[in-house]
Design a protein around this ligand. Structure first.
Ligand code: ZN
Ligand code: ZN
Length: 273
């Protein structure tokens, strides 16, 4: 039986004879059902029309995205460390070339995912590389394809490897997580923030939303909690949720001024930050 994938968000459901009646992720206010309605694909069908592309952002950080764009346009990051490789976030298409290339780099020790919009085909990835998928337990209700490889973690941080830590920031989703790699950016530190802290289109600031497609902002309290969660960590570079959303330097200061700017806007005093 095929395991159907929602073409709007990339979420894969358990194997079934017919596609699910609806996509739970798309029906919720942080995503959307396209005006053309819900449609479904499968991995073989997706792989017939798409392929993955790779961009090395820096030594040890390789972005992986699907061409032509699929679903939300998600982009995963392969973080390669001397202690093993981590796949940060996930994309729907996993094909033979991608598996061969990643295995050639040493395979995966673990998969970490920021929030449900990147769960996609995580079960397929974990089977291909025989590794666990770490998800924050606060978002468990959004797991559409449960599997023994999924490890739920609780609390505020999870050390994945020496120098690689998952940090719960909340906000966009209660379990909203980012990844910190201390040795990245030549030792200055790297933060992979997905859209938990979103790199803005001009790549000068970060912003924070409950729903991006439906423009629902976060509260001041939630954004202050994100800033507090990241305060103990050193980083100079932030990789956001798409290939081109990167804060290339001074990222800690960018976070600081972005939080001030956001709080001023949400409190009705823009320009004072
Ligand atoms: Zn969907
Ligand atoms: Zn999202």
């Amino acid at each position: 039986m095929p395991a159907f994938i929602c073409t709007a968000c990339g979420t894969q459901y358990p194997p079934s004879e017919a596609p699910p009646p609806q996509c739970t992720i798309c029906e919720e206010e942080r995503q959307y059902v396209p005006p053309t309605g819900q449609s479904w694909t499968t991995l073989p069908s997706l792989g017939a029309r798409h392929f993955n592309s790779f961009r090395q952002h820096e030594e040890g950080v390789i972005g992986i995205g699907t061409q032509p764009n699929f679903a939300i346009g998600q982009r995963a990051l392969l973080v390669c460390t001397p202690h093993g490789n981590v796949l940060w976030d996930c994309i729907a298409l996993i094909d033979a070339a991608t598996v061969t290339l990643i295995k050639g780099l040493g395979g995966l020790k673990a998969i970490g995912i920021s929030h449900p919009h990147f769960y996609t085909t995580m079960v397929e990835w974990s089977r291909a590389f025989d590794c666990p998928v770490h998800l924050h337990a606060a978002d468990r209700e959004w797991i559409m394809r449960p599997d023994a490889a999924i490890k739920l973690w609780e609390g505020e941080t999870l050390p994945l490897l020496p120098d690689v830590t998952l940090i719960r920031c909340g906000g966009h989703f209660p379990g909203g997580t980012v990844l910190h790699w201390g040795a990245g950016a030549r030792g200055a530190g790297v933060l992979c923030s997905a859209d938990i802290a979103t790199v803005t289109t001009d790549r000068k600031f970060l912003t924070f939303m409950r729903s991006y497609p439906n423009f629902i902002p976060l509260s001041a309290r939630e954004v202050e909690a994100i800033a507090a969660a990241l305060e103990p960590f050193a980083f100079d570079v932030i990789y956001g949720h798409f290939f081109d959303r990167v804060i290339a330097t001074g990222a800690r200061q960018v976070l600081k001024v972005s939080v001030v700017r956001y709080l001023a806007a949400i409190r009705g005093t823009p320009g004072t930050g």
